[in-house]
Design a protein around this ligand. Structure first.
Ligand code: CA
Length: 248
């Protein structure tokens, strides 16, 4: 059913096939329905500085580190990057505003998908640009037995955030798998781009307002319209990966 998409990706990466051994999982917008709150918190913090911004634009920065997002806005408003002290202070303020909003819920279907990976013996690695403990600390309660602290790549673990490939490269190193043995689950175009550049097969899940075309352009191997759909189709996708090989 997904042979064509798998073969297209293998061709682009010069892989003979994909042997899925690790799943690299994004957090915001993938495991948690948190992007609305993030956008609101960013928008409040930035507009209080007197910088004009729309809440929607923060969906497009999704996946970037806090510093990277702040610098985009600083460059636009002041023509310079923020200083390290400014980044620290402003990201902290955004984090406080986020924590004041109503608690976010796990994305429907996310637990089913994570349990499926676990039951199939697939290693799970969290790959998030976030440094916010609010959600990271909830993972064990909401997704019991899925993640371990050593298999998490967070905003503070990387120099370059998504769309740079570093977060996913580090995740694969931690899991000790090669790129042709990894799939990534992502809801943001920058995350899909990061995974694709790292060589992991990007499964895009469109849980927000961003059009499908943006995910295609970012290099998505396959696009699902929701996490429940991703959970439903994943067994077929994984099976197809095991049986699909590029003829050489
Ligand atoms: Ca995300």
């Amino acid at each position: 059913m997904f042979e064509t998409q798998i073969l297209n990706f293998c061709q682009s990466k010069h892989y003979k096939g994909i042997m899925p051994r690790a799943a690299l999982i994004d957090m915001d917008g993938t495991l948690y329905d948190s992007m609305g709150n993030h956008a609101r918190a960013w928008h409040r913090m930035i507009t209080e500085l007197g910088i004009e911004a729309t809440p929607e634009e923060f969906y497009l920065y999704e996946g970037r580190t806090g510093a990277s997002t702040i610098n985009i806005l600083f460059q636009r408003a002041y023509g310079r990057d923020a200083t390290p002290d400014e980044v620290k202070e402003l990201y902290h303020r955004k984090t406080v505003y986020f924590s004041e909003l109503p608690a976010v819920k796990p994305m429907p279907g996310a637990l089913e998908l994570m349990n499926l990976f676990k039951d199939m013996g697939i290693i799970r690695v969290l790959v998030t640009g976030s440094g916010q403990r609010t959600l990271i600390d909830r993972l064990e309660a909401d997704f019991p037995g899925i993640f371990t602290p050593e298999l998490m790549i967070c905003g503070n673990d990387v120099i370059h955030g998504k769309p740079h490939p570093e977060p996913f490269i580090k995740a694969m190193q931690r899991a000790r798998v090669s790129p042709s043995a990894a799939i990534a689950v992502e809801n943001a175009p920058l995350g899909v781009e990061s995974a694709c550049r790292a060589g992991a097969f990007p499964v895009a899940v469109t849980t927000g307002p961003i059009p499908v075309k943006c995910f295609e352009d970012a290099g998505a191997g396959i696009i699902f319209s929701s996490m429940p759909e991703a959970a439903r189709q994943m067994p077929v996708l994984l099976l197809d990966m095991l049986t699909t090989r590029l003829e050489s």
